[in-house]
Write a new protein. Structure first.
Lengths: 411, 266
């Protein structure tokens, strides 16, 4: 119980220091002020599996971008689609020569890591920018993401994700708040403090050569983004966060889809944890501060497991009649509540982020995170269990696509 | 053209928004804020520690009176805690019989399955209710298998509850001091909010204590674990975060424009 309380307290201090840094500390700005006419050639990759509801919008948004047309290509990856995605892509390719279609059919394994690996083979750009199909990038996003690679230390960049369907229902509003805390405070503070901002797999970019040298994406890992983040840091590269680069995404509108998404993230993140735990601690390129933050980041999906252990411990002590120890349970429950009320970002981090974002009335649903919290404890523990089995049995996890909800899309 | 001809007559220059990406509260707004607020919250904690026996006494006397109206006659027991004895309530409660334990166990298991498969129910609420039912299942199973080993009486539960409440009151100023100190408002306001939540907690804790003792008196010891683990200290975070969120929301409304005014160079 004491160990659990200590671990939870460390995470609480970590998030509190992020919140203080973001509100009171000096902000480390991004590279958007760099003026350079010699922009790199960028290959924009969009993995797509049955994306007829959203395909046109992401392509239209990318075609509206202000990046020079002769310095970019759009690689639309049709990953075993069975709907009208292929027809939509073909129509766009005929109208816009900068669009390249990579069709993945037959026995090739489906999934984002393998799709990206195939696309790397045909990409002409030295810089790769990735968007999921349900994303709508802003007009200046490509330039803003690509410009940071003028810094020779930068291996990858991550932009900010903003939900587009926030007003759909309570779940989307909760996710919006959670995203706000995660990006506006957490990622920016890690960028400010030169810790480990995370490449998130979409609205982000990386150097093609570096990823090829690393052996491309590990197709056994569901969270290719976390995997790449740690691969890069361990090898001495930096990941930077561009809070200025906002991109709209569609978030799940029902709890079943959200639960599956959380399970997949948890499973993928824990697979990365098993893979990178010791290499991270041994890396000669990282200082103690980076290693410590990386360690906490790598183990963050263990928190629900630790909490569950604490709760089970409490039950056992309760029925064993250990009243003296039971007195200390409220400490555990309070530290747990203080730390994890918002699951991925504690309540004070979310509140602060919402304030900075100018969110007003939506903040008032913050107490409802307690129910969300119990749901996530369950889903993340299932994900952790799956990742452990993947490790033990050396099995390949099947890719699960997140369902889309967009209405009135041109198909 | 004269410069004044092109000068806008509205106030547009003062409200040109800059991007939210690098907006901060700024160190000047929170200068010494952490120190000030921690001193104030520390003082609040000192007051609680000095006067906790009086606060608990208020809680116990109020609960005893209200329970008396509900035909539950409790006695006051002195119990040692920290620096001095505190008063707690004791009363009788039925021990669950085998049949009652089996019924509670079966109903709880059915509820867990029902909640698992009832897809139309709001999923997080289903998980929460499933959690409560699961605790009840474990508790009922305990009373079926080892009823003689159940280690508590009402006086033990009272002691646990009252001591937990004291812990919550001590924690509230610490938690809110840390969660509020960096926000762009004055220290007095933050102190007042914390004090208000503390008073709310004392009243809420008293009402909940009465409710818990009433449920245990009417329902038996079998519900003790669920009451403590599902509606105990973790539940207090709902109103703490609730008041915090209302406060931040009001701050966000008040600062929506003032925080984003562009500082012109000329």
């Amino acid at each position: 119980m004491i160990i659990v309380i200590v671990i939870m307290s460390i995470y609480a201090i970590r998030h509190l220091s992020f919140t203080m840094n973001r509100t009171l500390g000096e902000q480390r700005i991004y590279y958007q002020d760099i003026l350079d006419s010699d922009l790199p050639f960028v290959s924009i990759m969009i993995p797509m599996h049955n994306e007829e509801l959203v395909a046109t919008q992401v392509l239209d948004a990318l075609l509206r971008c202000d990046y020079p047309r002769n310095r970019m290509e759009i690689i639309a990856i049709n990953d075993h689609s069975t709907d009208k995605t292929a027809e939509i892509l073909e129509r766009y390719r005929q109208e816009h020569p900068i669009i390249v279609i990579l069709s993945r059919l037959g026995d090739e394994p489906r999934g984002k890591p393998s799709a990206l690996n195939d696309a790397l083979d045909i990409a002409k750009g030295e810089i790769i920018v990735v968007f999921d199909a349900d994303y709508i990038p802003s007009k200046g996003a490509i330039r803003d993401l690509a410009i940071c690679f003028k810094d020779p230390e930068v291996g990858a960049v991550m932009g900010r994700v903003v939900p587009i369907n926030t007003k759909s229902n309570l779940l989307t509003r909760l996710i919006d708040l959670e995203r706000s805390g995660g990006y506006q405070v957490d990622q920016q503070a890690r960028h400010n403090l030169r810790l480990m901002p995370q490449y998130g797999g979409t609205v982000g970019g990386f150097r093609k050569k570096v990823v090829i040298d690393l052996g491309k994406f590990d197709e056994f890992i569901l969270a290719e983004d976390t995997d790449l983040t740690f691969d890069l840091f361990i090898k001495g590269w930096k990941v930077v966060y561009a809070n200025r680069v906002e991109c709209y995404e569609e978030v799940p509108e029902n709890w079943q889809v959200r639960s599956r998404q959380i399970k997949r993230w948890a499973r993928g993140h824990c697979q990365s944890m098993y893979k990178h735990f010791f290499p991270l601690l041994r890396s000669p390129y990282l200082n103690f501060k980076e290693k410590f933050d990386g360690f906490l980041l790598l183990c963050i999906y263990l928190i629900p497991f630790i909490l569950l252990t604490g709760i089970v411990d409490s039950f056992i002590l309760f029925f064993l009649g250990e009243m003296q120890i039971i007195y200390s349970i409220f400490v555990f429950l309070f530290v747990a509540g203080y730390n994890t009320f918002g699951n991925f970002a504690p309540f004070y981090e979310i509140g602060t982020a919402a304030l900075l974002d100018g969110t007003t009335y939506r903040i008032r649903i913050l107490p409802l995170f307690i129910f969300y919290f119990f749901l996530n404890i369950w889903n993340i523990n299932v994900g952790l269990f799956d990742a452990t089995l993947d490790r033990v049995r050396r099995r390949r996890a099947g890719w699960q696509k997140t369902a889309r909800f967009r209405r009135n899309a041109e198909t | 053209m004269d410069r004044t001809d092109s000068k806008p007559d509205d106030d547009s220059k003062s409200v040109i928004y800059f991007h939210r990406a690098y907006k901060t509260v700024g160190p000047s707004a929170a200068k010494y804020s952490l120190t000030k607020i921690l001193i104030l919250m520390g003082l609040l904690d000192v007051v609680i520690i000095l006067f906790y026996s009086y606060i608990i006494d208020f809680m116990i006397r109020t609960s005893q009176t209200l329970l008396w109206y509900l035909n539950i006659h409790s006695t006051v027991v002195h119990w040692p805690y920290l620096f001095r004895d505190v008063d707690i309530l004791d009363n009788n409660a039925p021990f669950p019989g085998p049949l009652f334990s089996v019924i509670v166990c079966v109903v709880s298991i059915i509820t867990v399955f029902f909640l698992f498969y009832w897809e139309r129910l709001w999923r997080p609420l289903a998980i929460w209710l499933g959690y409560v039912s699961l605790i009840n299942t474990i508790s009922a199973a305990f009373f079926i298998l080892w009823p003689h080993l159940f280690p508590y009486l009402i006086v033990d539960f009272s002691s646990l509850y009252v001591h937990t409440e004291l812990g919550i009151w001590i924690f509230i100023p610490i938690i809110l001091g840390l969660a509020l100190h960096h926000l762009p408002s004055n220290t007095g306001e933050k102190f007042f909010l914390t004090f208000f939540i503390l008073i709310y907690s004392i009243i809420f804790g008293t009402i909940r204590y009465i409710l818990f003792l009433y449920i245990l008196y009417k329902g038996s010891f079998i519900f003790m674990a669920a009451l403590y683990f599902a509606f105990g200290p973790f539940f207090d975070f709902i109103y703490i975060v609730g008041f915090y969120s209302i406060y931040v929301s009001k701050l966000a409304i008040a600062h929506k424009f003032s925080l984003v005014k562009w500082r012109w160079l000329f």
